[in-house]
Design a protein around this ligand. Sequence first.
Ligand SMILES: *C/C=C(C)/C=C/C=C(C)/C=C/C1=C(C)CCCC1(C)C
Length: 239
Amino acid sequence: MEKILSLISAAPQMAADDYVGFTFFVGCMAMMAASVFFFLSMNSVDGKWKTSILVSGLITFIAAVHYYYMRDYWGATGETPTFYRYVDWILTVPLMCVEFYLILKPSGATKGLMWKLIGLSTIMLVTGYLGEAVYTDAAALWGGIAGAAYFWIAYEVWLGGASKMAKAAGGAVESAHKSLCWFLLVGWAIYPIGYMAGTEGWYSGIFGGLDMDVIYNIGDAINKIGFGLVVYNLAVTAK
Ligand SMILES: *C/C=C(C)/C=C/C=C(C)/C=C/C1=C(C)CCCC1(C)C
C-alpha cells in the first residue's frame, strides 16, 4: 500500500496552464480507452472486418504507449519530444494506409496500392523529421517536400485507384472510404500547421504564435481515434 501511495505521490505536479502537458496526459488516456474499445469489439464483428478492427486498436495502442513516454519527457525536460513523436508516426501512419487497403480488400484492392501509400507516407515523415530535427535551417524546404508527398497520398485516395475501387464496391464500403478520405484531407492538414508553428520559415509570422505540440496532439486524437471509429462503423453496418 505504501508503495502504491509513493508511486502516486511521485507523479510530478503539472501547472494548471501547461496545455502541452495536459494534452499529452489526456491524449494518453484517450488512446488507451480507444484501444480497449477496439480490441474488445473485435469479437463482435464479421470475420472479414476483424483485421481492420485489430489494426484500429494497434494504431491507438502504439500511440498510447508513445504518449505515455512523451508526457513523461515533456514533464521532465519541458522540451518537445520530437524523437518519440516521429517514431510513433512512422509506425502508425503506415498502419492507417493499411486501413485503406483492408477496407477495400474484399472488393479487390491489391497490395500495390498499399505499398504505394506506405512508401509515400514514409517519404513524408522522413523529410518532415529532417526539417524539424536535423536540418532546421532548411525547415521550409523539407516541409515542402513532405507536403508534396502528402498531396500525392491525398490524390491517390481521392482520385486514384483507391477511389475507383471504392466506387465499384458501393454502399457502406464506399461511404467509409469517403470518410477516411476526408480525415486524410482535413484531419491530416492539421499537421503541417503544427510544423509551421514549431519551425522557422516564411510562414513564421502567420503560425509562430501557436504551440506545435498542442496542435499535433489534437491532430492525433482526431485522426487516430476517428479513423478507427470509421472502420468500426463499417464493420458493424456492412455484414
Ligand atoms: C497518427 C499520426 C498521423 C495521422 C500523422 C500524420 C502526419 C502528417 C500528415 C504530417 C505531415 C507533414 C507535412 C504535410 C508537412 C510538414 C511535415 C509533416 C511531417 C508534419
